[in-house]
Design a protein around this ligand. Structure first.
Ligand code: ATP
Ligand code: MG
Length: 437
């Protein structure tokens, strides 16, 4: 479980803000569900014979009343519970998104943590392949907006329950005929969840699983039509993908469309986003039959990928750094700071230590380190003359340009110079963006 430190925070914010505005552009609305749910919710929703439920859940007994509780290992189960509990699809289908911490007791390694974060979407109440394609295109747009071009799409259909049952019989026969090549985990899975054997990461079993009976060959007409429908929309919109017949999901409740976005840039943990349809789940939970499709992306892995793609310059801590000397100047600086913030600027005010604010020189060093575009300096003279000294910190010529500005004109002066362009005014623009949404 990791701390998120300030030096990485701007990447997380960039990811989360971009993801949020992309999915909002497709009509998705946020949902927040509790981090703790009843254990049986996950056991049922995810399926008993899965890595997560078998060995990865943080479960505990509530010492106050004996309730069996679990820290959520994924987001879909909670969203589905909430959709049913609040009858969210009463008025029709809903497009939902969430983000937050997930917990899985796994062996920690690169790209795999015990507390991690997912950003996910669930489209609930949609039957057709159009929403599947829409979700995939939405991911594509997010990668584009983040400047991530080394992510590829793998697609498959795992059909419906009856098709999987027919395939399963043949799959078990096949693996039984090659029992000597199965590792311990595969042997354990052989009769409980043989489909998951196809997902093995054991290099020694790759040839065996490549030649195994393919679920795609067992799809009936309706499943095939759905799968073709997804592909048609993707092709029409020039979204490249590879059909991976061995792609299955770790969770039991998926049917038909499954997809993963994968990168080679992150080593073994290369799946940055995984999704698929789970039409049967909501009915299983006592809701009205409600088809649904969703995906979840791992934020840690995507932030890692953003770093390999060339870290954008960290956002300035502020637009303006306020330097002051003496009690009267400090009071003026407070007034000015509020006015600048009223105008949408980010302002850091120099903190007076118990012994005073320190020399101008040491304050200017702090101003420089803050990354501010402007330092505003107020000393005794400025207080007496009702002025302030405004210094452009990121002057192109490298020269320090200093102007004495009437106190009441400082905000306009800075806003004019910042919107004139020519310099990097990262912060101000970020503000603009936020206003737009
Ligand atoms: P994996 O094959 O990597 O174990 P999974 O099938 O368990 O993945 P999902 O449950 O589909 O993963 O979760 C969706 C995404 O969440 C993953 O593709 C990955 O990006 C991220 N993720 C899953 N588990 C972790 C973890 N322990 N730490 C960090 N990210 C994770
Ligand atoms: Mg896993």
């Amino acid at each position: 479980m990791n701390d998120l430190l300030p030096q990485d925070a701007h990447l997380w914010e960039l990811f989360e803000n971009t993801a949020q505005s992309v999915v909002q552009a497709y009509g998705f609305q946020q949902i927040r569900t509790p981090i703790v749910e009843e254990t049986r919710l996950f056991a049922r929703a995810i399926g008993a014979v899965t890595d997560i439920v078998e060995k990865e859940m943080y479960s505990f007994t509530d010492s106050m009343n004996g309730d069996q509780l679990t820290l959520r290992p994924e987001g879909t189960a909670g969203v589905v519970r909430s959709v049913i509990e609040h009858n969210l699809v009463y008025e029709g289908p809903k497009r939902l998104w969430y983000k937050g911490q997930m917990f899985r007791h796994e062996r920690p390694q690169r790209g795999r943590y015990r507390q991690f974060h997912q950003f996910g979407c669930e489209a609930v109440g949609f039957t057709g392949p159009d929403v599947d394609a829409e979700m995939i295109m939405m991911c594509r747009r997010l990668w584009d907006d983040l400047g991530l071009d080394k992510i590829r799409l793998e697609l498959n259909s795992i059909g419906d329950a009856s098709e999987r049952a027919a395939h399963r019989v043949e799959l078990i026969k096949y693996f039984e005929a090659h029992a000597d090549q199965l590792d311990a985990e595969a042997q354990r899975r052989l009769h409980s969840n043989p489909l998951r054997i196809l997902d093995t990461k054991n290099p020694a079993m790759q040839e065996l699983v490549t030649n195994a009976p393919k679920l795609l060959d067992y799809l009936g007409e309706a499943s095939l039509a759905h799968f073709n429908g997804v592909q048609k929309i993707l092709n029409h919109n020039n979204i490249p993908f590879k059909i991976n017949p061995r792609l299955v999901r770790g969770l039991d409740y998926y049917n038909r469309t499954v997809f993963e976005w994968v990168t080679d840039e992150l080593g073994a943990q290369g799946t940055v986003c995984a999704g698929g349809r789970y039409d049967p789940l909501i009915e299983t939970f006592g809701g009205k039959p409600t088809p649904a499709v969703g995906f979840a992306m791992g934020i840690e892995r995507l932030v890692e990928l953003m770093k390999t793609a060339g870290e954008p310059a960290p956002g300035n801590q502020c637009d303006v750094y306020l330097v002051h000397q003496g009690e009267a100047a400090q009071l003026q600086a407070f007034v000015l700071g509020e006015r600048l913030r009223d105008a949408g600027l980010d302002v850091v005010m120099h903190c007076a230590a118990p012994t005073g604010a320190g020399s101008f020189k040491s304050q200017m060093k702090k101003a420089d380190g803050s990354g501010a575009s402007f330092a505003v300096i107020i000393g005794e003279d400025e207080v007496a003359n009702h002025t302030a000294n405004v210094k452009a910190m990121r002057d192109e010529a490298g020269e320090s340009q200093q102007s004495t500005v009437p106190f009441d004109g400082v905000v306009d002066f800075i806003v004019d110079h910042i919107t004139d362009g020519g310099e990097e005014h990262h912060h101000f623009h970020v503000h603009d963006e936020n206003c737009k949404h």
